[in-house]
Design a protein around this ligand. Sequence first.
Ligand SMILES: Cc1cc2nc3c(=O)[nH]c(=O)nc-3n(C[C@H](O)[C@H](O)[C@H](O)COP(=O)(O)OP(=O)(O)OC[C@H]3O[C@@H](n4cnc5c(N)ncnc54)[C@H](O)[C@@H]3O)c2cc1C
Length: 410
Amino acid sequence: MGNESFVIVGASLAGAKAAQELRERGFDGRVVLIGAESERPYERPPLTKDYLRGESEREKAYVHRAEFYGEQDIDLMTGATVTAIDPEGSRVTLDDGRDVAFDRLLLATGAEPRRLEVPGAELGGVYYLRTLGDCDELRARIEDSERVVVVGAGWIGSEFAASARQRGLEVTVIDPLALPNERIFGAEIGAFYRDVHTGHGVEMLLGQGLEAFEGDGTVGRVRTTAGKVVECDFAVVGVGIAPRTQIAGDAGVAVDNGVIVNEHLESSVPGIFAAGDVANAWHPLYEHHIRVEHWANAFNQGPAAARAMLGEDVSYDRIPYFFSDQYDVGMEYSGYATSWDEVVFRGDREGGEFIAFWLRDGGVVGGMNVNVWDVNQHVQALIRSRGSVDVAALTDPDTPLDSLVADPTA
Ligand SMILES: Cc1cc2nc3c(=O)[nH]c(=O)nc-3n(C[C@H](O)[C@H](O)[C@H](O)COP(=O)(O)OP(=O)(O)OC[C@H]3O[C@@H](n4cnc5c(N)ncnc54)[C@H](O)[C@@H]3O)c2cc1C
């Protein structure tokens, strides 16, 4: 393997963890980690939370110490964008014209914010939040402003709204859905999060979209589809993300809502793999492709792809998991529930300390623990076991969750 070159495109969480795994598994060939951003790999969750609020050091956000890449003989190229992949010639081309040859290639190009196309979208003061640079600008805006409008009540919008409110801003959130994240989690959890925000003094304008940003050069107010006008000093848009698939598609790699990969995380072109937000991976448990846009997926799937690149028999079957922190409400969600029959609760729903379970055909397909900790592994075991559960026992806080798993070894 000593002469081989493994190239990773995308120097963020999935890419950096993949590079680390290659070395930890003893790969002694060349590892090249190519990233378009000028920063070394960092984690994004702090950018809506502690770092945005100025409560944590920048250094804490990075995936590895600066010395790590040199110590591990990982050739980290920052500020370098791959513009083309040549699968036949086994090389990638960079924006400065250089070529880098590969024996195996990992695409960890992630995703980028979807842009809103409404009148005034080009005005100054309309922000998106994906990178450390975006976050630094927004930190400054939070400090010099009084009012912000947040467009989109998804996780990014909601977490930004919470942090801005915690820093003392007047915050208005606009979303066309009747309740935050209603399509993904249903009315009960949507109402819970709406109430969390209104309880902290956020104005929630739900069931109405954004009609226009208005202002003279810089946004000064927004107009909703319901005709409501809200004054603001700046606006933040969080309306979802799109996987970065351009270079893969151009190279003839199969792309559909991400780079299509099998359970070994290998694409339609042998030797080219994908992981993280960009990968639409065959999931052995769900028996279809899923693309997961969360931290834990990038953290685990990058290394799994690295093992597959080394020829290990990888079958990536982790249950999707993510977390969110808003004010004093922390939660973890596991599962992949596209439809369900009912949502049931264990614990203190009014007091905001509970576990919600999404049930389908008598079994658990999703679970969210809110301000309840150390239960996530049991929630995952319940989902994985696919057995039907006794709802009375499931909702009874005195019945240990692990006693409900149909087959704990499954
Ligand atoms: C503000 C914010 C807060 C978040 N909070 C949470 C949270 O609380 N919980 C949670 O579970 N998840 C959270 N996430 C999601 C999580 O951060 C992502 O799932 C994770 O970053 C995905 O990592 P990735 O490595 O797959 O892709 P990305 O992080 O998108 O990184 C891809 C990298 O590839 C680079 N790149 C792309 N194309 C090229 C190219 N052609 N050449 C070179 N480089 C290229 C990009 O510049 C980028 O640096 C949050 C995301 C954001 C933005």
